[in-house]
Write a protein that binds this ligand. Structure first.
Ligand code: SF4
Length: 469
């Protein structure tokens, strides 16, 4: 029997009113917790620091490492989307991709030597930037290099983020023939005015033909998944316009939808200054759009998983939610624990459980490290036991909307208990002897609840993160 998510009971007018009354109070800077500690806590590796030895990092993982996730960052884009907060370089020069790919493959060869022989790769993700900035031949070279250097598990997921403006049906078929089986399409919003305001125009018809091309290649033997990325809180969005976008989305029947909250931080991402502040929906409107979206997707065959994912009942992520094996990682959510993640390319993050490391962000510095046959790591954080404990609590909360009381001993977490009790009085949580459970109202403020367990970014003086709403 399906364990129904709370949202399947439509949120009542009274609950909506409670949420609206709390928006201003909780709309403050707050991490998204794809990792804990967050990337802000990483420190630069200085010359003369002890050399970070990758084989040693494998040996320090708490338990025997059997499987591996790989992430490849392709940082080039042809055109700037004004909302973008990704690490990217805007260029029309396709030669840059060839040089970058050569270095990326060298990084694969360099780091694969450090990987214990028995370890198998279970999932691979190409993100960006724009992975489809690479030609099909370049994508195939990368695919072949990964296969030649790592041991790939049966059923491995090969995921690629696709900018719909860079592909057509013929390219999609080539990408499938290379071996990719997870396709993540950057949709954001179908509304023309919003698309102009964010400098990213793509028609419904172009998306439809891409989805059709993928579905035509799908057989009973292939395990394909089509994911749509959407963003709410973009300029000129309102409840009606975003509902129209959602109707278009549902008509194309993606397997998964990731619906992200737009983070407007022009001081950190200068291109966002091109978006007029006056065009942005305010926090109250953003919440209204979000509530409408959740209700609509739940009523149209999708189930909410975690903060921002919506999937079909048969999806691995939903099964993982039911089986309580759902976990959070840099890509969002995963259906089982990521033991070790290796990030390749500029700015990519690797996670060895005891340590997280970020690669050089600039191309020149990245190329220089690879030329010297050195790990291109620029920043690091070593997780303490306390970090791991807090990360476990935060991720459990963001995956399962609850925390078992026996994981929160009162002496260690005295201030956290006081903060939780306060949120209980506001209707965000229910607390009993066994469990602390997030209510439907609390789901809207889940990042704020998670922040209680963050010992680095305390509520009163945190900066450098997007607002929670
Ligand atoms: S949103 Fe994607 S395609 Fe647009 S500039 Fe950013 S990384 Fe490039």
């Amino acid at each position: 029997m399906e364990n129904l998510s709370a949202w399947q009971k439509k949120i009542s007018a009274q609950q909506k009113q409670t949420i609206m009354s709390l928006v201003e109070r909780f709309n403050r800077p707050c991490p998204r917790y794809t990792s804990y500690p967050t990337a802000k806590q990483f420190v630069a590796i200085e010359q003369g620091d002890e050399i970070i030895d990758e084989p040693e990092l494998y040996s320090q993982v708490d338990r025997k490492v059997n499987c591996l996730s790989l992430y490849f960052h392709i940082p080039f884009c042809q055109q700037l989307c004004y909302y973008c907060g990704c690490h990217k370089f805007i260029t029309q020069n396709k030669d840059k991709a060839e040089t970058y790919l050569n270095y990326l493959i060298q990084e694969v060869e360099l780091r694969a030597k450090n990987c214990p022989e028995h370890v198998k790769v279970t999932d691979i993700h190409l993100g960006g930037g724009t992975p489809t900035f690479l030609t099909d031949a370049q994508l195939e070279r990368l695919f072949d290099a990964i296969k030649a250097n790592f041991s790939i598990a049966d059923g491995c997921e090969w995921a690629i983020e696709i900018d719909p403006r860079t592909v057509d049906s013929a390219r999609i078929k080539n990408i499938i023939n290379i071996g990719f089986n997870r396709f993540s399409l950057g949709i954001q919003d179908f509304n023309d005015k919003t698309q102009i305001a964010i400098n990213r125009q793509q028609s419904y018809q172009s998306i439809e033909s891409i989805v059709l091309a993928i579905r035509q290649c799908q057989t009973l033997e292939t395990d394909f998944s089509v994911n749509f990325d959407l963003i709410y809180g973009l300029p000129l969005q309102n409840q009606q316009s975003f509902m129209q976008t959602l109707e278009n989305v549902v008509s194309l029947n993606p397997d998964r939808i990731a619906m992200f909250n737009y983070a407007h931080m022009p001081k950190m991402f200068p291109a966002q200054a091109k978006i007029k502040q006056a065009d942005l929906p305010n926090a109250q409107l953003k919440v209204a759009i979000l509530i409408d979206a959740i209700n609509y997707l739940e009523q149209n065959g999708y189930r909410q998983v975690g903060l921002d994912h919506f999937v079909k009942v048969e999806d691995n992520l939903y099964q993982a939610l039911q089986n309580e094996t759902l976990t959070r990682n840099f890509q969002g959510y995963a259906d089982c624990e990521t033991q070790v993640m290796l990030g390749f390319g500029v700015s990519a993050i690797s996670d060895f459980s005891t340590a997280m490391l970020q690669n050089e962000k600039q191309l020149k510095a990245y190329y220089q490290s690879i030329d010297k046959q050195q790990m291109p790591f620029k920043k690091v954080i070593f997780r303490t036991q306390q970090d791991k404990q807090r990360e476990g609590l935060i991720h459990h909360l963001l995956c399962h909307l609850e925390i078992p009381v026996n994981k929160l001993d009162y002496l260690t977490f005295t201030s956290e208990w006081l903060a939780l009790k306060q949120l209980e009085t506001l209707g965000l949580l229910t607390i009993n002897k066994q469990q602390i459970k997030v209510t439907m109202v609390g789901q809207i403020f889940i990042r704020n609840i998670a922040q209680i367990f963050d010992s680095y970014n305390k509520l009163s003086h945190v900066t450098g993160f997007s607002n929670a709403i």
